[in-house]
Design a binder for this molecule. Structure first.
Ligand code: G6P
Ligand code: MN
Length: 458
């Protein structure tokens, strides 16, 4: 089996390869092909990934190339982790929005919008090539904004696509820790869009725990960092547990204030970690000091995960290790690669799984269109993912899902057609953007600052 990673020079690649190692035999991997346009960085990530594969005597070999067709040729699965405009563009996405008092964040709000405008045309081109050189391949998209990109590729793409996010697995692991039971005994219901989801029910051995979890929310929030910045009153009013990204909707003003006071955005934090890391490990890799490079790399990526969402929530969220997959832990489903591995087991080995994924709605959530991409539990087997029926959802949730889905659809049209009016409408209807005037200012600045990456708007 061949797996191709698009955006293979991204900083997380070697970690991803490391996560794949122990499943490589079961999944019959023989090649992992990394593609990236950035040749220098690709060499570093490629060599480091080869080192990890060799060190662990993996069943696969790692290859890397700047030729996307060659990388995709004959692939069974494709992961996408592309970052058009690199980390520097992430900072521009954030700063432009913040200037107008609106959240600047990689996925939620205008930041995700700008990233989507840059990324959608590139991803659609890749789906065209996949259709030519690997027509049976499934594309598992990790690139953010994950749900919005899945929407674009399901509407205009040319291959089979699944949108991936580890948030649901993070919630499930936090609950399994709090309840003191193995995750396999829990059923954590979930619905919404990517980074805009709610948990309406949690079954332990078939019995709903939600009333108890709401009652004891203070304790839960102490135990599980991802819930720690939500007021118990809010959670009890909603009657559901939140995806951590709902913080940005329910506490928009506070999040903006925290980021401005921290004087550093998440993107800036990551540039500060990644740039020096790359400068340190590039010569090490070149000189063959791979163990040393791997150690530095791991420590730096640990720092990244332990500071996740901490500035935005003013230090309330630290050490979200729910997001990382400690080797051989009981938490099999953790991390992006954990989820992707389970998807591949479902599809490639026909080992049926129930996984929360971004797929077209097809009647799952009442009141949404069949082709609206939603994030819901799916049965995954050799036929791919089929969403489980959710039915009617809470009006409180729908009141955010509807406008955000409208925003997403308009963003897709804008990105594909270079349609300024659609782009402006998209930002205007977004719940975080206070007015048409602000929407227009933000949009015009994005088109200016991202000129090189937005040819469709020039
Ligand atoms: C979570 C989110 C992802 C995000 C990741 C890392 O897992 O679900 O969408 O990419 O955190 O965030 P970072 O801020 O470190 O890039
Ligand atoms: Mn995510």
């Amino acid at each position: 089996m061949k797996l191709t990673i698009l955006g293979g020079a991204g900083m997380r690649t070697a970690l991803l390869v490391n996560g794949l190692v122990r499943h490589s035999e079961e999944l019959h991997f023989d090649e992992i092909a990394l593609f990236d346009a950035d040749e220098e960085r690709l060499k570093v990530m490629g060599r480091l990934s080869q080192y990890i594969a060799e060190l662990n005597q993996a069943s696969f070999r790692v290859t890397f190339t700047t030729d996307v067709r060659e990388a995709l040729q004959g692939a069974d699965f494709v992961f996408s982790a592309v970052r058009v405009g690199q980390e520097e563009s992430r900072v521009n996405d954030e700063r432009v929005a913040l200037k107008y008092g609106v959240l600047g964040q990689e996925t939620t709000g205008p930041g995700g919008f700008a990233m989507a405008l840059r990324t959608i045309p590139v991803m659609l081109e890749y789906t065209r090539i996949i259709n030519e050189v690997a027509p049976n391949a499934w594309l598992l998209n990790f690139s953010n904004p994950s749900g919005l990109l899945a929407q674009a590729m399901n509407t205009y793409g040319h291959c089979k696509v699944i949108g991936i996010c580890d948030a649901h697995a993070g919630i499930k692991n936090a609950l399994s820790k709090f309840l003191g039971v193995h995750f396999s005994r829990l059923q954590v219901d979930y619905y919404g869009l990517n980074h805009l989801g709610w948990v309406p029910r949690v079954y332990k051995d078939g019995v709903d725990q939600m009333p108890m979890l709401l009652d004891r929310f203070e304790e839960l929030a102490k135990d599980a960092h991802i819930f720690s910045f939500f007021d118990p009153e809010l959670i009890r009013n909603i009657g559901m547990l939140p995806n951590e990204y709902l913080y940005y909707f329910y506490y928009h003003d506070l999040a903006v204030r925290n980021i401005l006071e921290a004087k550093e955005t998440r993107g800036e934090q990551i540039v500060k970690l990644n740039r020096p890391l790359l400068e340190r490990i590039t010569p090490l890799v070149r000189e063959g000091k791979l163990a040393e490079a791997w150690k530095d790399y791991n420590e730096t990526l640990d720092k990244r995960s332990s500071t996740y969402m901490s500035k935005e929530t003013s230090g309330q969220l630290h050490n979200v290790h729910e997001h990382e997959a400690p080797a051989h832990s009981q938490f099999e489903e953790e991390g992006y690669e954990g989820l992707a591995i389970n998807v591949m087991k479902g599809i490639h080995l026909n080992k049926q799984q129930i996984l929360t994924l971004n797929v077209p709605n097809r009647g799952t959530i009442a009141g949404l269109h069949d082709d609206d991409v939603v994030e819901v539990p799916c049965v995954v087997n050799a036929n791919g993912p089929s969403p489980l029926t959710v039915g009617k959802i809470s009006d409180l949730a729908m009141s955010l899902i509807q406008p955000v889905k409208t925003y997403e659809r308009l963003t897709v049209e804008a990105a594909v057609k270079g349609d300024y009016q659609a782009a402006l409408n998209a930002l205007t209807v977004h719940p975080m953007v206070p007015s048409f005037t602000v929407a227009k200012s933000i949009l015009d600045e994005y088109i200016q600052v991202h000129k090189a990456y937005l040819p469709q708007f020039q």
